[in-house]
Design a protein around this ligand. Structure first.
Ligand code: FE2
Length: 335
């Protein structure tokens, strides 16, 4: 048994006050105070999911990948060492700080700090969102997804797939080269974008209600330069989302309606229509790539590319009537 999901993520950042304001009033996270050097956020019943550390250098980051138990953690450590990767068995003090029972750390080929853990602590008090949202979709799907920018995808992909056991979901070759990977039914828990520079591009959190995302979008629209990518819908995980610039140099994607896949039968493929069915104007892209992305969306629109909304019990009401389009596509093989 390998990795179960993305359990937590942490970032070095000086501006804790800005992060607290951003995390609670825009994203809807619950801030937990730890004095003036550390800020953590809850997004469900766990003690913490996102860590902002003022002592850690700006731009530093770590990602906590969850395994089932102590035996699975030992197996993973052995697999890493066999692949020639240095593993540190972290002391109890750091495991306590992460609110987990057992913890190891290691680095991917571009130096991102990865941690693996089991036994995340549950908080005795219920999750209280920073603003009135319905909550975040986590559980067996993990906290969301992380998207890294990388110098070279190939060595990174070899590490994540061959050593850590990620499955390739799909990939795009233009307007930029990006590969998407899963470890559970979430379409991707990790993606790599080849930009020539190692970094974090965004962290995605998924909300239960589309209106939560729309209201976050309104908050973001009211703040200068907050929107990094406008509202839109992704081609591969069907997420309706927008991207907000955090107080650090990366973005948080607020999403709704992500699809689930079956990792046992999923076949990876190249997406030809770009990353978005509509929207997602990426203000961070170079002008030429932005133009190409726009052309690809126009092409998707001209082709009539569309996908059913992905809903769960309680957040939809079935309408009366029939839908010829849906009747036409419902028997097509799932993509
Ligand atoms: Fe994303």
């Amino acid at each position: 048994m390998g990795l179960l999901g993305l359990g937590y993520a942490g970032f070095g950042a000086a501006e804790l006050d800005d992060w607290r304001e951003f995390g609670t009033t825009l994203v809807g996270l619950q801030a937990v105070e730890h004095g003036n050097s550390l800020l953590t956020f809850r997004m469900d019943d766990r003690k913490q999911r996102i860590v902002i550390d003022r002592v850690a250098p700006e731009g530093s980051r770590f990602f906590g990948w969850e395994v089932a138990d102590g035996a699975a953690l030992d197996d993973l450590a052995a697999r890493l060492e066999q692949a020639g990767i240095a593993v540190t068995a972290e002391p109890q003090a750091l495991a306590d700080a992460r609110h987990v029972r057992g913890l190891i750390s290691f680095h991917d080929p571009e130096g991102n700090r990865l941690e693996a853990f089991y036994g995340a602590e549950i908080d005795a008090t219920p999750f209280k969102p920073g603003r009135a949202i319905s909550g975040f979709r986590t559980g067996p799907l993990g906290l969301g997804h992380a998207v890294l920018t990388v110098q070279r995808i190939d060595p990174m992909m070899a590490f994540y797939v061959d050593v850590l056991g990620f499955g390739l979901s799909d990939y795009i070759l233009k307007p930029f080269r990006a590969y998407f990977f899963h470890v559970n039914p979430r379409h991707h828990s990790l993606a790599l974008i080849e930009t020539g520079k190692s970094g974090i591009h965004h962290l995605m959190v998924e909300m239960f209600s589309l209106d939560d995302v729309g209201q976050a979008y309104d908050v973001a629209l009211s703040q200068p330069d907050r929107i990094g990518t406008s509202l839109g819908r992704h081609t591969n995980d069907f997420m309706t989302s927008f991207y907000a610039r955090t107080p650090s140099s990366f973005m948080i994607e607020c999403g709704w309606g992500g699809r689930e896949i079956d990792p046992a039968t999923w076949q990876p493929y190249e997406m030809q229509d770009g990353p978005s069915l509509w929207g997602h104007e990426r203000v961070w892209l170079p002008a030429r790539d932005r133009e190409l992305a726009r052309e690809m969306r126009m092409h998707a629109a001209a082709q009539g590319r569309r996908a059913p909304v992905q809903v769960m019990q309680g957040n939809f009401k079935l309408m009366s009537g029939t839908c010829p389009w849906w009747d036409g596509v419902r028997n097509e093989p799932a993509r």
